[in-house]
Design a protein. Structure first.
Lengths: 215, 215
DNA sequence: AACTTGTCCTGTCATGCCGTCAGCTTACCG
DNA sequence: CGGTAAGCTGACGGCATGACAGGACAAGTT
């Protein structure tokens, strides 16, 4: 479907080339975890990968281009997140467990890919369409299934009509993303990890069902 | 209290110097609004301010340093945000109005200072202590007053003891910040501004009081 | 084994930004 | 009017960028 991997100058990349390309992506990913995005230089990535800057430019137009590549693969991977919500019940104790699982799964996913998601967030906030398309794809799986859940509850009359399902799902997802990206930011307020999750669980449950979760 | 403004090489800045300095800050602020943070160059800022790069380096160690400066003044300004919550009632119709005012005021503030806050967010997420200290100061005014509100409701028995006030306030504030920073991100989901605010209002009210707002 | 073909990598170069310094100009003050 | 400190900039070495041409290499062909 995606055709073959191509170099910037149009050649088709072979086995060896793809390996080099992948190595560059891996190194970039690692560097993003340890130094500020603004300071990541092509030459450093190339050095770390044991190759030269010129090679980097054969496979990517610039650092941003390479980040987009990584983010894209992340977007594909994120499809599995919808299983955190799809087909789960929001009633009684099961509802609480669903909310808990969603919070937990989402936070874990975010933390695992922190470095890339930071850059995606920035790009999207800056209005770059390529980045916010990817951000949307990543959040979409959760957002869509949450929207469905709320719509369903609404049709059963268990949630008020004043709620806009898509808006509510979006707000909750953005909240989770925001918290995941700034977990350290809670420490100065004296909030520990262990207290954060129950709170988020409660909020998600409240948002989706309009009711507090069962004990 | 803050002593005098000083140049990087230790001189005291006079009237003229402070003007130049301020002009550089203004130009930087404007550039951050129109081009990606990663691409903002000292030379461009200097040119725009009608001066030379060397002058820039007299007043700031680097671009980041200048951004911190702007962010700092923003942090001072943000103190007024606490009035959105402090002394307001969370009961009945007044409660709804309080939630509404908070959402509205917060979103407006965030949008007005979008460009800088984006960079602060990134810096904080990347673990830079200077940035996340500032981010905390900005969110603190709202966060603290919200925490107080929740504690008070809790002491009156109107909110369950299972809620951790600081964690709940933090989650709500982060949600607002997240939504404010990605308002465009909702469009592809078919969510309009007008639908977003009521949803946030509802969530804030639910989070603080545990109950839906009055019609 | 020599040749061919197409992929893959690197040396090199022009360009432009970074960050610093010495030194010139301007403003203020006695 | 001369001294002093503030304010600004030209110029420079250093480094990243991005483009290109040519060499190295693997695989198949004769």
């Amino acid at each position: 479907m995606t055709g073959q991997v191509r170099t910037v100058d149009g050649r088709v990349a072979g086995r060896r080339g793809q390996e080099t390309r992948q190595k560059l992506l891996d190194c970039l990913r690692e560097m993003l975890g340890s130094s500020p995005y603004r300071d990541v230089k092509v030459i450093d990535v190339a050095r770390k990968a044991g190759t030269s800057p010129a090679t980097f430019y054969q496979y990517f137009p610039d650092v941003e281009g390479a980040v987009l590549e990584i983010a894209d693969s992340l977007a594909k991977e994120s499809g599995s997140l919808k299983e955190l919500v799809q087909g789960k019940s929001w009633a009684g104790k099961a509802g609480r467990a669903t909310a808990e699982g969603l919070v937990d799964g989402f936070l874990t996913f975010w933390r695992r890919n922190e470095a890339i998601l930071r850059v995606v967030d920035l790009g999207a906030a800056e209005g770059d369409k390529r980045f916010y398309r990817i951000r949307m794809r990543i959040l979409n799986s959760v957002n869509n299934s949450l929207t469905e859940s709320i719509k369903e509850l609404q049709s059963k009359g268990r949630v008020g009509k004043e709620v806009n399902p898509a808006a509510m799902a979006g707000a909750l997802v953005v909240m989770l993303a925001g918290v995941a990206g700034h977990q350290k930011g809670f420490q100065p307020w004296g909030v520990k990890q262990a207290q954060l999750k129950p709170t988020l669980t409660q909020l998600v449950h409240l948002g989706v069902t309009g009711r507090k979760p069962a004990a």
